[in-house]
Design a protein around this ligand. Structure first.
Ligand code: ADP
Ligand code: MG
Length: 762
């Protein structure tokens, strides 16, 4: 069965690894190459390091063949109430198990690629997780008194400075900071050193578009390896001193050592530069401290640690769930400070430190669970590339000067000496405006081309003049006519009632393609434009008895009414489609509601279970188990879905209402137009037919019947003017003016007819 890999076995694995950073084809490699193409997703890497022991629980802990999994087997034990009747076997997939591994090997496996990629612009985070004493600090910092046993941190600094030496083409600056989070308070472990920068107390976590930074945390420029080491030792010393003077237990705090890098090319023409940072995180002990029934300071530490680690886990679970768009980073200082370094565009590596002893199996299990959950998170490493604005401006200025010289040479070669390429001033623009006006009026034949700027300004002034003219035309029309919105069916039908609409349903004088219609324009407004006439049954024959309205309506729908009928049908089908969608959405909402209810029930059940056990609740701070947490997440998701669906339903309902109104309006208009058409086609009085026959080019429909017998527009204007100015003199004057209007109206009619006859003869 599975064997425990000893140091010699691992040595073999190491020996067969490819030396470069590219992927090893060996399936047994403990290393997954970190190098990823930009934009490709990759998983967080989770390694497990086992603390060396003579008392390794061979029976219970077994490593997989490929050294990338751990199987745990628990014997049933009646005394162990928690485990009894519960699961006894677990299997965890990992990216590598480090058993009896040297610090050297650990660095090679875990950190080397992430650090090397940081120099290429990728952010990285390496984190040690595990119960107190399992080896987190040993892994991260190592033994400071023994070079051979130094940890990831000093090795990372060394690698950074080595790589900088190998890149003489770039000017790379390195800065470091060392932050400690203890009981949700932030401490600067390098505050004892001189630092030029704002000192802010208390420190705060600030988010800006560039990412997260900690206001008040000192960041120290280091130009060589030795300086960097001094900073590290200073931080470590402060960590120890603080633990004594402030009575802090260093295993209860999270420490984040950050290396910031900024690389500028030494070639000045290269405007891009890259920035990156590497976070090396030594987390607080993950053991469940609240179980011990501690009090006072220890209890406070316990709740803070449990809380921040459980928030870290929540954030990580949320990161692993692609459907989540909100990640709860702000719940704790730890997750907030690491916001741009967890998931996202970083390389992320987790080392879970565990004990190999049987007595620690409970905590080991919980640590392995964390590790395997971490592996679900995917990140999308990307280079943090920025542009050096100053360099860019300088380069562009150079280019501009060169091009101007080039242009000057070109102009003098082609005898164009007086061309000015500077931006135009107001006077020049006014001159172009006047040229454009004269060109449009026809008094100027051509506008000479001078240069590109001038051509652009000519076009610009065309636009200016055009929009001015449009406004002038519109306001002139408004002064004379009442403008009606074409989509305002109520207004249109009112206008039709008083006979201002021609038989095609167009407003008389309606300008083509405009968004407004003009009421009551006299014929002369549309010179030379022959109104289009659609066929009516009367064009071919006129039955002696009119057809029934039902029969005629069918015909109308195929003829003159076809367009409005089509729109009517279209609106109706949209309405039906929306109604169908609304009913589907309602069904979905009901289903979600049901699921919400079920989840709530399950949650309540979990809650009651927890309350019964009562072990993780303390002064309002709750530590909940995974199942309950997942249920809460599910409920939150469901509620979000519910809200979304409900919103959609509301939108649909509004749309339905709107469509319904459109359909009603269309129906109304269809019927109304049918009435007009029907009357015109079958019900026109004899005398008017005679009048119409005078000019054979006139068709019913060209002149609306209602208009022939009603007031001419000018008459109407005059009448209302008179009403306003004269009528107040006395009500008796009304009859006088009525008579006057009627006479004018008759004259107007005769004039129109004669005019039409004449134009026909021509
Ligand atoms: P943690 O930081 O997780 O609380 P430490 O790193 O302080 O644990 O480790 C506890 C003790 O165990 C330290 O004395 C450390 O030197 C030792 N230790 C841990 N891991 C190893 C290892 N892989 N090899 C040798 N000693 C170790
Ligand atoms: Mg430690």
């Amino acid at each position: 069965m599975a064997t425990v890999y000893t140091a010699s076995r691992l040595a073999v694995l190491v020996a067969c690894r490819a030396p470069s950073s590219c992927c090893s084809s060996s399936g047994r490699s403990t290393r997954v190459p970190l190098r990823a193409k930009m934009g490709t997703r990759k998983k967080v890497q989770a390694f497990v390091r086992v603390r060396p022991t003579d008392d390794f629980a061979h029976e219970m802990i077994k490593y997989g063949e490929d050294n990338k999994s751990i199987d745990i087997h628990l014997k049933k034990d009646t005394r162990r109430g928690v485990v009894n009747n519960q699961q006894t076997d677990w299997s965890f997939r990992l990216d590598g198990v480090l058993h009896d591994a040297s610090q050297d090997l650990v660095y090679e496996t875990v950190a080397k690629d992430a650090v090397s990629q940081a120099l290429d612009g990728y952010n990285g985070t390496i984190m040690c997780y595990g119960q107190t004493g399992a080896g987190k600090t040993y892994t991260m910092t190592g033994a400071t008194e023994n070079y051979k046993h130094r940890g990831i941190l000093p090795r990372a600094l060394q690698q950074v400075f080595r790589m900088i030496e190998e890149r003489p083409t770039h000017a790379i600056t390195v800065r470091v900071s060392y932050l400690e989070i203890y009981n949700e308070n932030l401490f600067d472990l390098l505050s004892t050193l001189p630092y030029v920068g704002p000192s802010v107390t208390p420190m705060t976590i600030v988010e800006n578009p560039q990412g997260i930074f900690i206001k008040g945390l000192s960041v120290h420029l280091t130009s060589q390896e030795e300086d960097a080491f001094s900073l590290l030792f200073e931080g470590e010393t402060n960590r120890i001193i603080a633990s004594h003077t402030m009575n802090k237990n260093s295993s209860r705090s999270h420490c984040i050592f950050t290396i910031y890098m900024e690389a500028h090319s030494r070639t000045l023409s290269d405007e891009k530069y890259i920035t990156s940072k590497i976070n090396l995180v030594d987390l607080a002990g993950s053991e469940r401290l609240s179980k011990t029934g501690s009090e006072g300071r220890v209890l406070k530490e316990a709740t803070y640690i449990n809380k921040s680690l459980s928030f870290l886990e929540q954030a990580i679970i949320a990161l692993g769930d692609q459907s989540r768009d909100h990640i709860p980073f702000r719940q704790s200082k730890l997750t907030h400070a690491l916001k741009d370094s967890l998931g996202g565009n970083c390389n992320m590596v987790l080392v879970t430190n565990i004990y190999g002893e049987a007595t620690q199996l409970d905590e080991t299990l919980s640590s392995l669970r964390f590790a395997s959950r971490m592996r679900l998170v995917t990140t999308e490493p990307a280079i943090n590339e920025k542009y050096d604005a100053e360099r860019m401006v300088k380069n562009l200025e150079k280019e501009l000067a060169l091009l101007k010289q080039e242009l000057a040479i070109h102009d003098s070669l082609s005898n164009r000496t007086l061309v000015n390429y500077d931006p135009m001033d107001e006077i020049q623009i006014a001159e172009i405006n006047s040229q454009v006006r004269r060109y449009l009026e026809g008094t100027l034949d051509e506008i000479d081309i001078i240069n590109l700027r001038q051509i652009q300004e000519v076009f610009n002034q065309f636009r200016v003049v055009l929009s001015q003219q449009e406004q002038e035309v519109e306001s002139a029309l408004r002064r004379k006519y009442t403008l009606i919105d074409k989509n305002d069916f109520a207004a249109i039908s009112a206008v039709q009632k008083v006979g201002l609409m021609d038989v095609e349903g167009n407003l008389v004088g309606e300008p083509d393609g405009q968004s407004f219609g003009l009421g009551v324009a006299p014929f002369s407004v549309k010179p030379g434009k022959k109104p289009k006439i659609k066929k009516t049954p009367k064009d071919q024959f006129r039955p002696s008895t009119p057809p029934s309205r039902t029969v005629a309506f069918e015909e109308f729908k195929n003829e003159r009414g076809s367009e409005i009928n089509r729109i009517f049908k279209e609106n109706k089908s949209i309405l039906n489609e929306r109604k169908k969608r609304a009913s589907e959405t309602t069904q979905r909402i009901n289903a979600i509601k049901q699921e919400i209810d079920e989840t709530k029930d399950a949650l309540n059940f979990q809650k009651s279970l927890r309350e019964k056990q009562g072990e993780y609740e303390n002064k309002g701070l709750m530590i909940i188990d995974e199942e309950e947490f997942l249920l809460i997440l599910k409920l939150k998701d469901l509620k979000k879905q519910y809200r979304n669906e409900y919103q959609e339903l509301r939108d649909l309902r509004a749309e339905i209402q709107y469509c319904q109104r459109l359909v009603d309006q269309c129906r109304h208009r269809l019927l109304m137009e049918f009435d007009i058409w029907y009357n015109e086609s079958f019900m026109i009085p004899e005398d008017i037919q005679v009048a119409l026959k005078l000019g054979s080019s006139i068709r019913p429909g060209l002149v609306p019947i209602s208009r022939i017998v009603c007031l001419g527009e000018d008459d109407q204007d005059r009448f209302s003017h008179l009403q306003q100015t004269v009528l107040p003199e006395g009500p008796d004057s009304i009859t006088f003016y009525n008579a006057k209007v009627k006479t004018d109206q008759k004259h107007n009619y005769m004039k129109t007819m004669v005019g039409l006859q004449q134009s026909h003869r021509k």
